[in-house]
Design a protein around this ligand. Sequence first.
Ligand code: 5RP
Length: 257
Amino acid sequence: HLLSPSPASAMAPAAVVLSQDEQKRVAAYRAVDFVQSGMVLGLGTGSTAVHALDRIADLLRRGVLHDIVGIPTSKQTESIARALKIPLSDLDAHPIIDLSIDGADEVDPFLNLVKGRGGSLLREKMIEGASKKFIVIVDESKMVGRLGGSGLAVPVEIVPFGWSYTLSKLKALFELERGFNAKLRTRVEEDGKEVPFVTDNGNYIIDLYFENGIERDLGLLSDSLLRIVGVAEHGMFLGMATSVIVANKDGEITVIN
Ligand code: 5RP
């Protein structure tokens, strides 16, 4: 069901053009309307999810919400939530999560997602997969016709051992695909040295690029990726989102279920 856009009222007067970050905030605040006292919450990672953390912390401080337990999807989120005094626990203590709220890099018309630009895809997928409800919060730039279609990477988390062997296996999977590329994600240290990006789980990330987006069956592609020994997880979140909340530059919010 597509609920027609509704104004974000006081937060976003119609005449104002919202920046991308303001759109993220509007979507995040709307998602937090679904949080109830006593819930176990999956806490997402990234610049959109941070707005949800701020809002949850504010409502806790004001006593509007109470008895919330947050399960962070990354070390970064853990430290932000800790600073905001959101009570935290983990997936082992809470294997069933009431609601997760997180951003995404891409959302297709069927609510399939690409996540993991921030590198937290494995923990995100575990926690969001354990959630009764998973609300995705995005600005309108994240909506795509086809996953991989925005020119951004589809990340794959791999174990560091034999990473170039795993990279070659991934490349072989797409050898007939025009405009395909795969690269080890790196970061530049203070001294200018380029080193592999390391995830919270001590793993590496291979970024897959598709010139025209992913044209093959996503479920089959997921199976093929996960069958490669050395692959820990990939950033396609298929059929996992319960709702997607999209905010646009006019401050309108669309909820897609
Ligand atoms: C991190 C993620 C993020 O949710 C995704 O990258 C969106 O980030 P942002 O809200 O900063 O645009 O998957 O692993």
